[in-house]
Design a protein. Structure first.
Length: 396
């Protein structure tokens, strides 16, 4: 239990937030639980540049509603945070509007164009790490250069692994559903092949390397072997990849994300990966879009779903209550391991949940501007009662 602060309490109205939270009790039948504030290393808060989808304010409020007190924001913005000047625009909004701790990524390449390295030196002080999320860095020599620079700065490279030459216009998994319904598929190789390349580069350069949103069995096995070989590698997967597969797809944009929902065999491999420690953390890839952008069906809707307000209830209901993993393990994946890898302090952050309360997922109740979730209408357990960040109540 080391490193995890969890407490169940029977008398919530008299709860004193200054009590010692250094013990854990998973056996009590008490109704409320206190967890360390969750930490999501992969969110899209869309500001600056796309505030009609989400803002720092709406995104951080949604995060607090989901029990999160720290998030890392991806750089597919306008302007792209590829220089001190551009990053400062986001930092100003964070300082004025964020209700939780928000740590921005700097981009790996200028404009995320995959041609020239960004001003990594200049952004090092304020960027949590470097990523071109939303795009894979295609040239091997450029990724090697990025890793060498990140290594010299003591920063991690956070990679969206996608080989553009293998996409062929696909938009869902190249599996049974795609074949049956006449959709163009995205093969698993488009994900695991770049991971294979980057593992080789990480071994060569000694750079800390983190893989975003892995979705297929081959990725799990490559990372498992790389860890055994001593490569400085970590990875994440998302709640949807652990609880859904392409058999759950419907002809609806709220089921479209990148990477896509893959086969049930892939889903089971991901579960084994979180059980044995190959997969270090769960990140939501919270990616809000406008209603219009998500209303065009599987083929034409924008990639991305929202997830930061449903992550814990989904995982608690589908994994913990089904005895697939323990509650302790889930807290490690959501709160402890992300902070360890990205050196994000916990401070006095915590979140209080009623694990016995059942509810139906209704996007109209979200604090996020995004409404596209594949869990709409599902019955889940676990309601957030309160989230505290820096001794300040940010959701109640």
């Amino acid at each position: 239990m080391s490193g995890i602060n969890v407490m169940k309490i029977k008398d919530f109205p008299q709860f004193n937030p200054m009590v010692d939270l250094s013990f854990a009790d998973f056996t009590s039948d008490s109704e409320y639980c206190i967890f360390p504030g969750f930490c999501d290393v992969h969110v899209h808060f869309r500001e600056p540049g796309f505030s009609y989808k989400e803002t720092i304010l709406s995104g951080s409020r949604a995060a607090a509603h989901g029990g999160y007190t720290a998030v890392c924001t991806m750089p597919n913005l306008n302007p792209v945070p590829d220089s001190v000047e551009h990053l400062s625009e986001q930092l100003k909004i964070i300082e004025s509007d964020a209700v939780i701790n928000v740590y921005p990524y700097g981009s790996i390449t200028v404009g995320q164009n995959g041609e020239k390295l960004s001003d990594m030196d200049g952004m090092t002080k304020d960027a949590i790490a470097f990523s071109d999320d939303g795009k894979g860095v295609q040239p091997e020599n450029l990724m090697r250069e990025a890793m060498l620079k990140a290594k010299s700065l003591g920063k991690i490279i956070v990679a969206h692994c996608e080989d553009n030459t293998l996409l062929h216009g696909g938009y869902i998994h190249d599996g049974e559903y795609a074949k049956k319904h006449g959709h163009r598929g995205i093969c698993s190789e488009s994900e695991w092949k770049p991971i294979e390349r980057d593992i080789r580069l990480a071994r060569e350069t000694g750079c800390g390397y983190h893989v975003c949103h892995i979705s297929c069995k081959e990725s799990v096995e490559l990372i498992r072997k790389a860890k055994a070989d001593g490569v400085d590698i970590t990875c994440e997967t998302g709640p949807h990849y652990l609880t859904m597969c392409d058999a759950d797809l419907r002809e609806d944009g709220k089921f479209k994300m990148n990477p896509p929902l893959r086969s049930n065999e892939d889903r089971l491999a991901l579960i084994e990966g979180i059980k044995d420690g190959t997969i270090d953390m769960i990140a939501t890839d919270h990616a809000p879009h406008s209603a219009e952008e998500k209303s065009r069906g599987l083929e034409k809707s924008a990639f991305g779903i929202v997830g930061i307000e449903t992550a814990f209830p989904v995982l608690y209901t589908r994994l913990v209550k089904e005895n697939i993993i323990s509650l302790e393990k889930l807290i490690e994946l959501l709160a402890v391991n992300p902070r360890k890898r990205f050196n994000i302090p916990l401070g006095n952050d915590y979140t209080v949940w009623n694990l016995n309360e059942k509810f139906t997922v209704s996007p109209n109740e979200f604090l996020s501007k995004g409404r596209a979730t594949p869990y709409e209408g599902e019955e889940l357990y676990g309601k957030c009662i309160m989230t505290v960040c820096g001794n300040k109540i940010v959701y109640k």
